[in-house]
Design a protein around this ligand. Structure first.
Ligand code: NAD
Ligand code: UDP
Length: 352
């Protein structure tokens, strides 16, 4: 077993202990925190396809069982309902299991969700990341931290390269996430500097695709769900703010390349699609692609909302031989088709 049921039973958890098939030589044993979330579920799927064993750890704050139900049939996949802030079950902490790789994604990523309990968000990033780094140290595992373009705050430099140190408010409503991720990066590089764990740090820019929650609250899922339901499309502010959207399969490819790279060590790496557009442009595209008659309404711009964002991906191109391949048109088509298929669960965002 990857974890033992006795330890897991101490908590009221959904846990699927499975007798593992015979271990293959050089087989990866991966822990994926936040593995039932949007990006995490795609990572679990990709790792299983590569032949790895996967333990998905999640507290289901924003993750969904539906995202991983198809993976639960696989003997090499186990699920543990657990919070990264809490003391970990024994088998994970110090038992026989030896993880080779830890993909650390646990943290709500959508502003309304991470702001709903800012203290928990900050602790997830700081205490949770410390716990996972400690586990990596104990296991001799390599850890990949999913940091964010939010570490650049409302950037004064455009596009953003990894050398830019950012313009971040440490007191605003986004700080629990931005500053939490900055602290998580600090911890990761301290572990690396002191040779306590091998780490890789990805700074992920806006990513979208199937398995986003309809009530996630981020712009792509909101606009698609509103357009499909014929509800008003909410643009916050004048819609002139920009973002650069990356399709999830491209991102997952980048994350796995980064984890496996022996070159991208000792510094963070931006992963995202440099194709920048305004929020209004995004809305126009979705309206055209869905033939929707929804009205567009403008509501208040949230505090500290970054005005522009576009990744410089020179480092990822050079060191990982990576760049996004899926165009915005293709990615939106796939995402719209997925939300259409989810039909009955499409309930657009109406606030936390
Ligand atoms: P998501 O909200 O869909 O997934 C986050 C997952 O983490 C969920 O399954 C949630 O239940 C779980 N989680 C949250 N707090 C936890 C805790 N304390 N203990 C255990 N599990 C916990 O978000 P996502 O878009 O899949 O993002 C995944 C990671 O990528 C996050 O770390 C996020 O900061 C980072 N990221 C995402 C984007 C993006 O555009 N999607 C951009 C930058 C960074
Ligand atoms: N946004 C919007 N309408 C929505 C949701 C978001 O206009 O229904 C805007 C938001 O203010 C921001 C941009 O879209 O300027 C991207 O927001 P999202 O929450 O997706 O990501 P982030 O702000 O974290 O980049």
């Amino acid at each position: 077993y990857l974890v033992d049921a006795t330890a897991a039973r101490r908590k009221p958890i959904a846990f699927t202990p499975k007798e593992q098939p015979v271990m293959q030589k050089d087989q990866k044993i991966a822990l994926v925190t936040g593995g039932s979330g949007f990006i995490g579920s795609h990572i679990c799927e990709a790792l299983l396809a590569e032949g790895a064993r996967v333990l998905c750890l999640d507290n289901f704050l924003t993750g969904r069982r539906e995202n991983i139900r198809h993976l639960e049939r696989d003997d090499r996949f186990e699920l543990l309902d657990c919070d990264v802030i809490d003391r970990l079950p024994f088998r994970i902490r110090g038992g026989r299991t030896r993880f080779t790789h830890i993909y650390h994604l646990a943290c709500a990523a959508s502003p309304p969700h991470y702001q709903a309990d800012p203290e928990h968000t900050m602790l997830t990033n700081v205490v949770g990341t410390r716990n996972m780094l400690h586990l990596a140290e104990q296991n001799g595992a390599r850890l990949l931290l999913t940091s964010t373009s939010e570490v650049y705050g409302d950037p004064e430099v455009h596009p953003q390269s990894e050398d830019y140190r950012g313009w971040v408010s440490c007191t605003g409503p986004r700080a629990c996430y931005d500053e939490g991720k900055r602290a998580a990066e600090t911890l990761a590089f301290d572990y690396l500097r002191n040779a306590r764990a091998e780490v890789r740090v990805a700074r992920i820019f806006n990513t979208y695709g199937p398995r986003m929650r309809p009530d996630d609250g981020r712009v792509v899922s909101n606009v698609i769900c509103q357009a499909l339901a014929g509800e008003d499309i909410t643009i916050y502010g004048d819609g002139a703010q920009t973002r650069s959207f990356c399709y999830v399969s491209d991102l997952v490819d980048g994350l796995i390349r980064l984890m496996d790279s022996d070159k991208a060590v000792g510094f963070p790496v931006n992963l995202g699609n440099p194709n920048e557009l305004t929020v209004s442009d995004l809305v126009d595209r979705v309206l055209a692609m869905t033939n929707s008659r929804s009205r567009v309404i403008h509501t208040e711009l949230p505090e500290d909302d970054p005005r522009r964002r576009k990744p410089d991906i020179g480092r990822a191109r050079e060191l990982l031989d990576w760049e996004p391949k899926v165009s915005l048109q293709q990615g939106l088509e796939a995402t719209i088709a997925w939300f259409r298929q989810e039909g009955d669960i499409v309930e657009p965002w109406r606030g936390v």
